[in-house]
Design a protein around this ligand. Sequence first.
Ligand SMILES: Cc1ncc(COP(=O)(O)O)c(C=O)c1O
Length: 368
Amino acid sequence: MVGPKAYIHLDRLIHNYRVVHDRIGGSSMMCVVKANGYGHGAIECSKALVNEGCKFLAVFNFNEAMELRKAGIQTNIMIFSRMQKDFLEDAVTNNITMNLSGVNDIAMLEEFEKQTGTCPKFHLKVDTGMNRLGIPFDKANDLLREISANPQLNCEGIYSHYATADEGDLSYAEWQLEQFKLVLSLADEIGLKIKYRHFSNSGTVINMTESNFDIVRVGMLLYGAFPSDEVPTDLDIKPVMEYRGPIVSLRRVTAGTKVSYGGVWESRNDTTIGVIQTGFADGFPRNWYESGYVVYKGKPYPIAGRVCMDQFMVDFGDDRAEIGDEVLLFGENGNDSLHMEEIALQINSTPYVLSTGIHGRTERIYLP
Ligand SMILES: Cc1ncc(COP(=O)(O)O)c(C=O)c1O
């Protein structure tokens, strides 16, 4: 089918997994494959990662976890969303690790345990400064005691999440780490043994290795992009997604021709305008047109005019382009290279937004 294609280089995913694995020393890796593997395809990426030895996967909601189970993936899967009563039974049956992240969640688990005699595995999330999900720091003591007094509750892990891991100034992250360590010492004082402690994400894997603990939760680095332009970029990661769009039309226009909606772009010279069949409905960033470009046969060509829902135009100048060829929208292959990080920087976005946004009619093609 003619349209946008995301070529997913699974060999690069595995390469990135190994690079991160080497960097984190003895900790295990929880590979974050939520949001359809950050747009790369959760099932295929999970299968490749599990095949490589990954023991923990993480997704956001219960349905995402069940999709992986239905695809035959048997490794540990943790969910990050708020715990829901409706899913507890299926969590037990399907060995899915729940997220205890609100003070009332424990009562829900206790009731379920009383009724069924079973309890799903869970990790306790402590809020140390993100102020999203997580037990407030001042409630941690009571909660840890309650967990300790009820060993039938299946607490396997304790974790927290950084708010500023990928920023140049790490002072807030360091403070969060201190808070987390205080909670861990409370657990020690109570005598509560918790198998897995985790805090790190892609930012701190690069920035703050002292917070690696037993497991690190890694998403963006696996997919081959750095979480921000403020982290050191000394890891040899490679972009997993090569996003391409086909040239479906070419026309010669004279100088002064307006192209696309609003007529905001005008050709300075006689030139060749190509139509690329990919639009913002497929996840191509609409505001990239202002300074944006694509790469074709190793050379950059500017986007001409506003990106439309299904298509956009490119100024090929006097160069020869062929209908049916695909231009590189982002990613890397041979001489063609345009990293998501560069686009993110130019349009004030992030690689997270760009990669998870790839959808619509995009066909994913998995390369071994
Ligand atoms: C709770 C949690 N842990 C880990 C991650 C992975 O973060 P990153 O992709 O920066 O490694 C995320 C992603 O948003 C998350 O929500």
